[in-house]
Design a protein around this ligand. Structure first.
Ligand SMILES: Cc1ncc(COP(=O)(O)O)c(C=O)c1O
Length: 408
């Protein structure tokens, strides 16, 4: 395990950065809840930072992975930039104290309002389509403000991940296909307020084979040189995010940030500034969803451990067939019970008593942010352990919050 930075088991009890999760659960008095370790996030960030030590580079946290304001502030304090995908994520990043020059607006369907706001604030914007160029040109002219843009390219490289999170293949809705690049450059030539400052790509998420980062860097380096030769003053090569995490928690050789950086370095140009946009690998293993056992339902071929957490709080298992490790927060003895419904399937776990705590590991990324009100459930609270202290970093959503959205 990772020392006392993150989540680890000691004498059969689960700990979060030095605090017993059972004790935390007692204090929280709400179930389920998300629990994060600040020191684990810092360690993850520093792994990237150390690997990038000798390279002109920027780490730009992908806010979509976890947009809790306190977590954004932790990353801001570490020196991170942010990649946002909506006007509201941009507002959040501003609220967290990021400066406009530390932000990149990305996205496939940026609205006119979002673009106007982003130009006004002065953030860098990814161009993903012909209509992006048209809209940016129109808005920049009308408010008489120039904007720095990156061209998002589709390098047609297979990252070998779940099709829902694969974004860099031909046929994907993201990015500009190689044969379309030339007309884009002509359009940018004719738009004096759009400053092309770099190129961007993102292959997908949960990538395990880092060779694809080497392949994409080679393609990007070629485009970079070509654009310089065409007279565009490009300086950034943004390789996106996408590094996976070891959800099985059993694979010692699992790719780490330094492996990604080594793969990119083989193809990197000396005069380009590298941007990396990790989301999952910065916050994923720094969070768990803490639930309580409601009861055990006996089945013909398997039993069901029914807990108070569900796909409403964590949709990854249902949406992507994602397998998160599941464990009790204290020693549980008893006959083995197969399955924990439906946050995990076909697991061998001991049969627990009611109200025993159970965690779903590695839910710091794409956990809370993808939660909903499905089945009339209110979103759970979020807690953080930082420097030995337990802090509530978002209160539980209340039924009154929900009701207040209706005209009564
Ligand atoms: C453009 C871009 N950058 C970065 C990310 C973050 O990816 P990950 O969380 O897998 O690192 C995403 C995720 O979809 C993305 O679309």
């Amino acid at each position: 395990m990772n020392g006392n930075q993150g989540f680890y088991v000691q004498d059969g009890y689960l700990y979060c950065a030095g605090l017993s999760v059972k004790e935390i659960q007692r204090q929280v008095e709400h179930s389920p809840f998300y629990l994060y370790s600040a020191s684990q996030m810092r360690q993850n960030y520093r792994s990237y930072e150390n690997a990038l030590d000798q390279i002109p580079a920027v780490i730009s946290y992908a806010v979509k992975a976890n947009s809790n304001l306190t977590i954004l502030k932790i990353l801001r304090d570490l020196g991170s930039w942010v990649t946002v995908v909506s006007g509201n994520e941009l507002r959040l990043a501003l609220a967290a104290g990021f400066e406009s020059k530390q932000m990149i607006l990305n996205g496939n369907g940026k609205t006119l309002h979002e673009l106007e706001y982003a130009i006004d604030v002065g953030v860098m914007i990814n161009i993903d389509s012909e209509f992006d160029v048209k809209h940016l040109h129109q808005i920049s002219q009308s408010i008489r403000k120039s904007v720095n843009v990156l061209l998002r390219l589709n390098p047609d490289i297979d990252p070998a991940v779940h099709p829902y999170i694969s974004t860099g293949l031909q046929g994907s809705k993201f990015g500009i296909q190689p044969q379309q690049v030339e007309p884009f450059l002509q359009n940018l030539d004719a738009a004096p307020l759009l400053n092309l400052v770099g190129i961007h790509s993102h292959l997908g998420s949960t990538i395990e084979n880092v060779d694809v980062f080497c392949q994409v860097s080679a393609v990007m380096a070629e485009y970079f040189v070509m654009m310089r030769e065409r007279g565009f003053p490009v300086k950034y090569i943004n390789i996106g995010g996408g590094l996976g995490i070891d959800y099985q928690r059993t694979r010692p050789g699992f790719a780490q940030p330094e492996d990604v950086v080594k793969a990119i370095q083989r193809e990197l140009l000396d005069d380009a500034i590298l941007i990396l946009e990790p989301g999952r690998s910065l916050v994923g293993n720094a969070g768990v969803l803490v639930c309580n056992v409601i009861g055990v339902k006996l089945g013909e071929t398997k039993n069901f451990i029914v807990v108070d957490g569900s796909m409403t709080e964590l949709i990854r298992p249902s949406l992507y067939q994602a397998e998160h490790q599941i464990a009790f927060i204290e020693p549980v003895v008893g006959p083995v019970c197969e399955s924990a419904d439906f946050l995990g399937k076909n697991r061998l776990l001991a049969t627990p008593d009611e109200r025993i705590g159970l965690v779903v590991y590695d839910t710091g990324a794409y956990g809370y942010v993808m939660s909903s009100n499905y089945n009339g459930r209110m979103r759970p609270p979020e807690y953080l352990v930082d420097d030995g202290q337990l802090i509530q970093i978002r209160r539980a959503e209340r039924f009154e919050d929900y009701l207040s959205l209706f005209d009564m």
